[in-house]
Design a protein around this ligand. Structure first.
Ligand code: NDP
Length: 300
C-alpha cells in the first residue's frame, strides 16, 4: 500500500513557464536599448542522444523567449584546438551574450580547458572558476542554472530561508557545491553530505530543507524526512518501468514515501528539471544586460 501524499507538490513546470514568460516580456526593452536581441550560443560536439535532446530544447526555448540562438554542431572527432578556436570566436562575437558547451565532451577533449576558455561574462552555465569564486565570496556572478532554479522554487514555497537547516546531498561543482553556496547566502545553516558521510539518514532528519543531487534512484527514504520539511529532488534516474522493456524517470527521493511526510516536494519529472532551461535563459538575459552596461532586469 502506498502512503498518502500530504505534501504540497511544487510545480516546477508551471513556475518555469511563468519565468520564461516574464523573461520574454523583458526582451523588447533590451532590444530597444541595445539595438539587438540577446544571443545564446550552444555548442554540441558529437552525437550523444541525450545531449541532442537538450540542445534542441534549449534552441526552441531561446527562440520562444525572443532571443537569438546560435547552434554549433561539431563532429565527435573535432580536435580540442578547433573547439577552443570556436570558443574564442564566440567570446569575440558581440552578438553572443551566453556560451554553453554541452557536456559531456568526447574523451579526447579536456572539459576543464574548454570551460576555462569561455569568457566569464558569457559563462551562462556558471561553471567557470571565476564565477564559482565570485559566488563563494558573495560577488556578482553567473550562477549554475540547476541550483539557481532550485533556490527560486524554495523561495517561492518558503519565502525567507534564513535560519533554516538545509542538507544538500551531493558535492558536485555543477549542483551540490553551488547549491550550498546559494543557501548559505540566504543565511541557511548548511550541511553538505556526500558518499563518505556517516549515518546520512540521521543527518537528513535534522533538515528543514533537503536538496538531493546524488544520481541514485530513490535513495532518500520517507523515514529520513523530518515532518513538514521541504524536499527538492534534483536527481534524474532512468529505471525499468512497470511494463517490460519500458523505462521511467525517478528522482533521488522515494517520492510517495517522502511526499507522505514532507511539507512540500518537487516531483520528477516536472520539478527542478524545467527550471534549468528557464534559468539558462535568465542568465543569458542578465549577461546581455551586464555586457551592455545596463542594470540587471528586475524581479528575475
Ligand atoms: P555527480 O555524480 O557529479 O555527483 C553526485 C554526488 O552524490 C557526489 O558528490 C557523490 O559523493 C554523491 N553521492 C553518491 N552516492 C552517494 C551516497 N550513497 N550517499 C550520499 N552521497 C552520494 O552528479 P551531479 O551533481 O552532476 O548530478 C546529481 C543528480 O542530479 C543526477 O541524477 C543528475 O542527473 C541530476 N541533474 C539534474 C539536473 C536537472 O536539470 N534537473 C541538472 C544536473 C544534474 P562523492 O562526491 O563523495 O562521490
Amino acid at each position: 500500500m502506498t502512503a498518502r501524499i500530504s505534501a504540497k507538490i511544487i510545480d516546477g513546470k508551471a513556475f518555469a513557464a511563468d519565468l520564461r514568460a516574464r523573461l520574454a516580456a523583458r526582451v523588447p526593452s533590451f532590444v530597444e536599448q541595445a539595438g539587438r536581441a540577446p544571443g545564446l550560443a550552444v555548442v554540441l560536439v558529437g552525437e550523444d542522444p541525450a545531449s541532442q535532446v537538450y540542445v534542441r530544447s534549449k534552441h526552441k526555448a531561446t527562440l520562444e523567449a525572443g532571443m537569438q540562438s546560435f547552434e554549433h554542431r561539431l563532429p565527435a572527432e573535432t580536435s580540442q584546438q578547433d573547439l577552443l578556436d570556436l570558443v574564442a570566436a564566440l567570446n569575440a562575437d558581440d552578438n553572443v551574450d551566453g556560451i554553453l558547451v554541452q557536456l559531456p565532451l568526447p574523451d579526447h577533449i579536456d572539459d576543464k580547458a574548454v570551460l576555462a576558455a569561455i569568457d566569464p561574462a558569457k559563462d551562462v552555465d556558471g561553471f567557470h572558476v571565476v564565477n564559482a569564486g565570485r559566488l563563494a565570496v558573495g560577488e556578482e556572478a553567473l550562477v549554475p542554472c540547476t541550483p539557481l532554479g532550485s533556490l527560486m522554487l524554495l523561495q517561492d514555497v518558503l519565502g525567507d530561508l534564513s535560519g533554516l537547516h538545509a542538507v544538500v546531498i551531493g558535492r558536485s561543482n555543477i549542483v551540490g557545491k553551488p547549491m550550498a553556496q546559494l543557501l548559505l547566502q540566504q543565511s541557511c545553516t548548511v550541511t553538505i553530505a556526500h558518499s563518505r558521510t556517516k549515518d546520512l539518514p540521521a543527518i537528513v532528519r535534522l533538515a528543514d530543507i533537503v536538496v538531493a543531487a546524488v544520481g541514485r534512484a530513490e535513495m532518500v527514504r520517507g523515514d529520513w524526512i523530518k515532518p513538514g520539511a521541504t524536499v527538492i529532488d534534483v536527481g534524474i534516474n532512468r529505471v525499468p518501468g512497470a511494463e517490460p522493456g519500458k523505462t521511467k524517470l525517478v528522482g533521488d527521493c522515494a517520492y510517495d514515501e517522502c511526499a507522505a511526510v514532507a511539507g512540500a516536494i518537487t516531483p520528477v519529472p516536472g520539478g527542478v528539471g524545467p527550471m534549468t532551461i528557464a534559468c539558462l535563459l535568465r542568465n543569458t538575459l542578465v549577461a546581455a544586460h551586464r555586457r551592455t552596461g545596463l542594470s540587471d532586469p528586475e524581479g528575475l
